[in-house]
Design a protein around this ligand. Sequence first.
Ligand SMILES: *Cc1c(COP(=O)(O)O)cnc(C)c1O
Length: 485
Amino acid sequence: MNRDDVLEPLLFENSKPGRADDYLPKLDVPEAPLPGEHVRDDLPLPEVSEPDVVRHFTRLSQLNFGIDTNFYPLGSCTMKYNPKINEATARLPGFAWLHPYQDESTIQGALRLMHELQEILAEIAGLPAVTLEPAAGAHGELTGMLIIRAYHVHNGDTHRKYVLVPDSAHGTNPATATMCGYEVIEIPSDERGNMDPEAIEAAVNDEVAGLMLTNPSTLGLFEEHICEITEMVHEAGGLVYCDGANMNALLGVARQGELGCDVLHYNLHKTFSTPHGGGGPGAGATAVSETLEPFLPIPVVARNADGYCFDFDRPHSIGRVRAFYGNFGNMVRGYTYIRRQGRGGLEAVSRNAVLNANYLRAKLQDTYHLPYDRSCMHEVVLSGKRQAEQGAQTLDIAKRLLDLGFHAPTIYFPLIVEEALMIEPTETESRETLDAFAEAMLEIAREAAETPEIVTEAPHNTPVSRLDEVTAARKPNLRWNSAAD
Ligand SMILES: *Cc1c(COP(=O)(O)O)cnc(C)c1O
């Protein structure tokens, strides 16, 4: 099926002169030109009825795969259900209609929410100070690493030019270190999926600014030598950055500050249930140790005798990292989520997220290769290499899942796992959904062994089948052209 069949009838092609005429009553006053010099009246707008418009956009929306319609176990993305109450609070007029230039005295409620969110995120991290300004996870990383650099520069320690990054890291980690002017030294993982302490010991010295780690790692595994490793880095005068994009395994269970991390960024749009994807606004709140607090971006939301305020008087600050104060709507959503869960609820989130991932691991590990044979945290990384040998690659398995009503897991990441299938079910899925997904994965494995072409030619039931994704990404055609063009 080609694209036009799917989108048919296109809004423009459905246009019929006069069809929109009934929408308003006939003109019974003299016709007047629209005010303003930039108004154009020569645009070929389609003439369609209101139901045509509604159906067109509703149909388009249904061509998308979303968390509100189906299971979406995309690893390292924490596609949990986004509670609708978050949307209700973010839309409260007192929040939604604020202007960033309003006087502090008129926005005390918003500032209080930000201040309380800072305190809650500090508590979860075990790190005392938080900025809410970064607009996404990678932006939180950049903020955190700029803070680490500012700290070293402040101490006159300008000869540190390396940052250690494990080979399982998310690609944004080495990119961030490089953008901050550092050279990356890659740390290999050992056979249990841990960072190798001996490799750290060999690499760390007084030219190392710090270590960027992820715990649980992107292999979905708890870093077993975490305290030993963070201590080694500190002894050499370096600092430890923790990528906390996915904190869904540790809420209320372990605090990164107590494990030796100096900086932690969160993705509110993963762990704290604010929506993400489609390039929409994220929120990359970043927590730091007491030593690093003076370097936080301005302004920090503070509290004084008169109430809440923006504190700009911070001489060691790295400056602003974003216009105004961050993506406030997502702060309201994340705050709502946290307050609704409460302390015990957050801990239950993590325990259930870990339980669900291990449930899928147990159901699938006899059929799909499990590269690191131990309990996982919030996600499980499997390998499709057995199925690849039978002729159905991981990409094919991912496409076949769409036929069966599931979004694919993350595939081919982490890079160190051959034919990787990175499955993150999250805590918001029922046992029935997990069972149905496991059954689909087992069914696909049977097909790979018996009739691999069903898998390699998938998807069969979706509105469009295999797309040329490279061309779509590199040469996107985003304009409608009439058949005459
Ligand atoms: C998602 C993710 C990031 C980046 O977050 P963005 O909001 O997409 O910039 C960084 N690190 C890890 C481990 C992630 O999963």
